[in-house]
Design a protein around this ligand. Sequence first.
Ligand SMILES: NC(=O)c1ccc[n+]([C@@H]2O[C@H](COP(=O)([O-])OP(=O)(O)OC[C@H]3O[C@@H](n4cnc5c(N)ncnc54)[C@H](O)[C@@H]3O)[C@@H](O)[C@H]2O)c1
Length: 450
Amino acid sequence: MNRREFMGKAAATTALSMVAPMASFSKQRESQLKLAFIGVGARGAGQLSVALQRKDVVITAVCDIDRDALTNAQELVKKAGQKTPVAYGKGELDYKNLLEKEDVDGVIISTPWTWHTKMAVDAMKAGKATGLEVAGAFSIEECWDLVEAYESTNTPFMILENVCYRRDVMAVLGMVRENLFGEIVHLQGGYEHDLRAVKFNNGKQLYGGGVEFGDKGYSEAKWRTQHSVSRNGELYPTHGLGPAGLYINNNRGNRFVSLTSTASKARGLHDYIVNHPNGGANHPNANIEFKLGDIVNTMIKCANGESIMLTHDTSLPRPYSLGFRVQGTKGLWMDINNSIHIEGKSRPHEWENADNYMKKYDHPLWKKHENDTQGAGHGGMDFFVLHAFVEALKQGKEMPLDVYDCVSWSSVTCLSEQSIARGSEPQEFPDFTNGKWVHRKPIFGFDDAF
Ligand SMILES: NC(=O)c1ccc[n+]([C@@H]2O[C@H](COP(=O)([O-])OP(=O)(O)OC[C@H]3O[C@@H](n4cnc5c(N)ncnc54)[C@H](O)[C@@H]3O)[C@@H](O)[C@H]2O)c1
């Protein structure tokens, strides 16, 4: 048993004290933060635009290996009235030069998944507060790398899981905390998003127009699709699991203990290629055998007895949904039908429209910042996730979604792959907090600060 395995097994009995923020980060910062963006493709450029709306942030450096993306990012910054940021794009490792040379307070990393851990670890080691896009880590080893980089440097780290800031998700957090649903028993969520026109395009545009991917694809088709070719697991757990984790105080009095995953057959991507006007049965990509099951269901068991069901569903025709369900001893909420049922309040066996509850429990952050969310992506939640990173850093406070959140969510991917490969065998989560989960207290979303 190596040290990491030992730490995982021994966790419940070896609670350590909390990691204290490093002195230089715990002080309040100047009113303007200097940020750099690493990866300025579709997502990075979108979040760069959100950052450029803020008066308390200047963007002094950008990094991307794609010349067009880099130029576009520089133009965005200039158009916003700031100085042209220094550009880094001379190869895949040029981000290291940015980290070494640029005097920035923080970096936002929005690169393809396989780069996330390497870049975040290097950024923390360089002492730059690190905001990392989802999905985070892709192996248990990478999860430990993130934890160890954080614990050895105390550099602030935040996983930028924007769905935790969705308006209804935050309102429901208030309902959970007021015990509206009673004791929480079961949760559901997932990523149910028809990504076929994201995984394939014509190499020139973000969505659709062809069935190309890899070197012939554009944006996510360049890299994301290959994961569907070679991996069978819950590839994108954080949008569903972030909110679910908050509802049950994951890593803060509770934790994920084990999971089982089951994958359906894989048909959707092949059918898409064959039936696409620019594809067909004779297209070379029609010969590819996709490993990723069209529907992957994962069941997580938590230390305090709750179950969480996650669904990954990105290869079949369907409307978008994250499929949330929060259920306790007194009732439940489901987002798909925007409905609530509370025993004693709702008519027996009938749904109530959730609108009145959502108004009553609207989160103070949303009330305060509703106007600031205009133009921010994903219905405004993209504003809040960046806001939280910036405000926590400025105020020298703990990041609200931290490295332990990141790795407990991300580890689902490789654990689910292992489970599926072994006939849905249960897999144990390591305790990445090394026992600290027992005493840590929830910090997310208690006021209107961030
Ligand atoms: N939170 C959300 O709602 C949300 C939405 C979309 C994407 N994402 C996440 O954002 C990340 C990026 O996705 P995207 O849609 O922008 O993909 P993208 O392909 O459009 O952009 C990725 C960019 O990273 C650049 N890149 C690749 N390797 C690099 C390296 N070594 N150094 C510097 N730059 C490098 C690419 O050239 C590209 O411009 C992914 O992790 C994705 O899952 C999150």
